[in-house]
Ligand binder design. Structure first.
Ligand SMILES: [Mg+2]
Length: 189
């Protein structure tokens, strides 16, 4: 008899301070469209850009690359904003109160590190700069971090606006018997 496949479960939230943390959790946040945003960027912005370039180039990878370049140009010239200032700072307080560790995993390319540092400084979040990781393979990186750096954390909270990132994390660490993983999709109001 085969065991039933584990099914991914996640909650949708629009305010980070709706998350109730367990003591000593590792909290992993995405950056873009989870804590910060650039006025014009949202899911539709990406969809429109990719469709626009698909019509010209007829290749998804190419369209993605061109869209990413446009995004890069836009975020380099526009200051970021926190999505919900008070909710985010309440959540930081909760992280502190519950002795949790906060890290960020972003799919921004590593060549955007200086820009990202600048964004965090502009938002007075410079104390978090050492805790930013850059990768598109969020699940694999988190798995490595848990093995090499954060071995003592048994509760993991992962928040991202993109479902595919929730899947990647679930796929890599969602079935570990001694570890509890809570997944949240962040949806901007
Ligand atoms: Mg994001």
């Amino acid at each position: 008899m085969s065991s039933p496949a584990l099914k991914i479960e996640f909650s949708k939230i629009s305010n980070l301070d709706k998350i109730t943390l367990i003591e000593n959790s590792l909290v992993v946040l995405d950056i873009d469209e989870t804590i910060m945003t650039h006025r014009e960027i949202n899911g539709n912005w990406w969809k429109d850009k990719i469709n626009f370039y698909l019509e010209i180039h007829h290749k998804f990878e190419l369209a993605q690359e061109y869209a990413y370049n446009d995004w890069k140009e836009y975020v380099m010239s526009t200051p970021p904003e926190l999505i919900n200032y008070s909710s985010f700072f309440n959540f930081l307080q909760e992280i502190n109160n519950k002795n949790c560790q906060l890290i960020f995993i972003t799919a921004r390319n590593k060549d955007l590190e200086n820009l990202t540092i600048d964004h965090f400084k502009r938002l007075n979040l410079e104390f978090m700069i050492p805790n930013i990781y850059y990768t598109k393979e969020k699940g694999l990186l988190l798995k490595d971090l848990l093995r090499l750096k954060y071995q003592n954390f048994n509760n993991i909270v992962f928040v991202d606006d993109l479902i595919e990132n929730l899947y990647m994390v679930f796929f890599e660490i969602g079935c570990e018997p001694d570890r509890q993983l809570e997944l949240y999709q962040f949806i901007k109001e």
